[in-house]
Design a protein around this ligand. Structure first.
Ligand SMILES: C[S@@+](CC[C@H](N)C(=O)[O-])C[C@H]1O[C@@H](n2cnc3c(N)ncnc32)[C@H](O)[C@@H]1O
Length: 277
């Protein structure tokens, strides 16, 4: 992996599994967001930071067989998973390219450029978005779905464990490797990249009960973040007890018939104006 690789969640197989679990939880939100943004049948869509391919596959469902999806990611290994999943799903109009979103030379006639949890991982989101817009036709849609970790996972009513999880889930602002407030910075980022003021949508996943997958998802996210958390906060991984965290959290929530809300998602979209790059 190149020295410019800043992906803070790592490149392990467990990270790939975490991305797929994450999509099972977040797919309905991203689908609603893309539909609101105007992604639809017949479009040619560029998916930035595809990971295991979930957003590209969702985009493929929206554009249908008459559309086209190109996914890019700087991690060639995870794209092998994305490719095999696209093939298994029967899509022949979904392709994946390895490269850095900030540099890759691509067509300039995309109807939409989309991404989820990706601008937050790129050191200069304004320059990146400015570059990505060059791949859009005039009137094309830029739609990005990102978190803001100022609003961490929350259990209602809270307990000692849920407060600890909040503390672990908020990397200190300025932690290298990701912009923890990307969601709430989308409007500013779009304007600085030369796009019109975006429309915004805000939604969070909440759940409870023994079968809700959110407990595993949260624990697996902390597992992927562990090396970065240790470096940034000095936190002792033993303190987190990662292998039992999902079970403890489930007991904590279910035992009180509580509910848990996962970090809030912010979606922003606008269309490339005639004067844009
Ligand atoms: C959190 S994952 C999100 C994956 C996918 N968008 C999803 O929602 O499931 C972020 C992905 O962005 C990729 N990435 C980070 N920086 C990148 C860059 N500069 N160019 C291309 N891909 C990048 C990472 O390799 C990783 O696969």
């Amino acid at each position: 992996m190149s020295s410019s690789d800043t992906y803070v969640l790592g490149r392990s197989e467990s990270e790939t599994r975490r991305l797929i679990l994450q999509h099972q939880i977040y797919a309905p939100l991203t689908r609603r967001f893309f539909e609101a943004a105007g992604i639809g049948a017949g479009m040619k869509v560029l998916d930035v930071g595809s990971g295991a391919g979930d957003v590209a596959l969702l985009a493929a469902e929206l554009v249908g067989p008459s559309g086209q999806v190109v996914g890019i990611d700087m991690n060639p290994t995870i794209l092998e998973t994305a490719r095999s999943r696209a093939t298994s799903a029967g899509w022949t109009n979904v392709t994946f390219l390895t490269g850095d979103a900030r540099e890759l030379a691509l067509d300039t006639d995309f109807d939409a450029v989309v991404g989820r949890w990706v601008l937050m991982h790129i050191p200069d989101p304004v320059a990146t978005l400015h570059h990505l817009v060059t791949h859009l036709r005039i009137g094309g849609i830029a739609a990005f779905h990102e978190n803001d970790f100022t609003y961490p996972p929350t259990v209602f009513p809270p307990t000692d464990l849920s407060r600890q999880i909040q503390r672990w889930s908020i990397p200190p602002h300025g932690t290298p490797g990701r912009e923890t407030r990307m969601g709430t910075q989308l409007l500013k980022t779009y304007l600085a990249a030369g796009l019109p003021e975006p429309q915004l949508i805000v939604e969070a996943v909440a759940g409870g009960g023994p079968d809700w997958p959110g407990y595993e998802y949260l624990a697996e996210t902390l597992r992927s973040l562990m090396p970065a958390l240790k470096g940034a906060t000095g936190i002792d991984p033993a303190e987190i007890g990662i292998d039992t965290l999902a079970a403890r959290l489930r007991d904590d929530v279910v035992g009180r018939q509580g509910i848990m809300m996962l970090p809030i998602m912010f979606g922003a979209w606008s269309r490339k104006p005639a004067h844009a790059p």
